[in-house]
Write a new protein. Structure first.
Length: 262
């Protein structure tokens, strides 16, 4: 599908680093018009600048995904820059390691707000724009293998990612008649700053004794023999943003090298 996303107007939240950055840069390299959205405006600007230096097209927008007004401003900036919105990747998320009995109400609300409510708001506001402009649209949410299996030291994170899978299915049913496709990606163990924080969390909680031990342990059973790099998520992302996935909706694609078989 060469240039299958060429000219499409695409938002990627949490695109200042990690998986979001890799997805955004991959889509830009294929000719899409990108909005690099992140709560860290400087990181977003750096990624947008790098895309521009490589000959792509991107703008940077600061967004707080749990603030509806902020999400609306992000979408308005997209339409102002590119004339319409074609695809949104609700990718922004956080993780936290806590032993099950130590999870507090504050921990729960923080993780569920960003990972669950943030996706809900992003979907709602994107759908409103898609319907207003006509012609359908595509939503791609970042879930996780933790949205397929619960992990005890990451129980509230797992719950938030199960929520993303549920929201993806519900929205696919709700908006298929508007030609809006809604799908999710479920990454596995990815070598990003987030996994460094997760690994540190395991050590801080006394669950591991050395740096990278959790990362190595989770990676040990991957059938393809290595943990993921962020770029491993680019191919499926381009597919879900392109016309090639026009008959695909309500699905959660596990991209984990064969770690979780579902």
């Amino acid at each position: 599908m060469p240039n299958s996303v060429k000219g499409r107007s695409i938002i990627v939240t949490g695109a200042g680093r990690g998986i979001g950055e890799a997805i955004a840069r991959g889509l830009a390299a294929s000719g899409a018009n990108l909005v690099i959205a992140d709560i860290d405006e400087a990181s977003a600007a750096k990624v947008a600048g790098a895309i521009g230096a490589e000959g792509g097209k991107a703008i940077a927008v600061k967004v707080d995904v749990v603030d509806r007004a902020s999400v609306r401003r992000m979408i308005a900036a997209t339409v102002e820059a590119y004339g319409r919105l074609d695809v949104i990747f609700n990718n922004a998320g956080i993780a936290q390691v806590r032993k099950f009995l130590d999870i507090t109400e504050e921990d729960w609300r923080r993780v569920l707000d960003v990972n669950g409510l943030g996706v809900l708001i992003g979907m709602q506001e994107a759908v409103k724009q898609f319907i207003a402009q006509g012609g359908g649209g595509k939503i791609v949410n970042t879930a996780s293998i933790a949205g397929k299996q619960g992990y005890e030291p990451l129980a509230h994170y797992s719950a938030s990612k199960f929520a993303v899978v549920a929201l993806t299915q519900a929205a696919a049913r709700a908006f298929g008649s508007h030609k809006i496709n809604v799908n999710a990606i479920c990454p596995g163990v990815v070598a990003t700053d987030m996994w460094k924080l997760i690994d540190k969390g395991f050590k801080d909680e006394g669950l591991t004794s050395r740096e990278n031990e959790a990362f190595e342990s989770f990676s040990a059973g991957i059938l393809l023999g290595r943990p993921s790099a962020s770029d491993d998520l680019v191919g499926v992302s381009e597919f879900l943003a392109s016309s090639g996935s026009d008959y695909v909706t309500g699905q959660s694609f596990v991209v984990d090298g064969g770690m979780v078989l579902v």
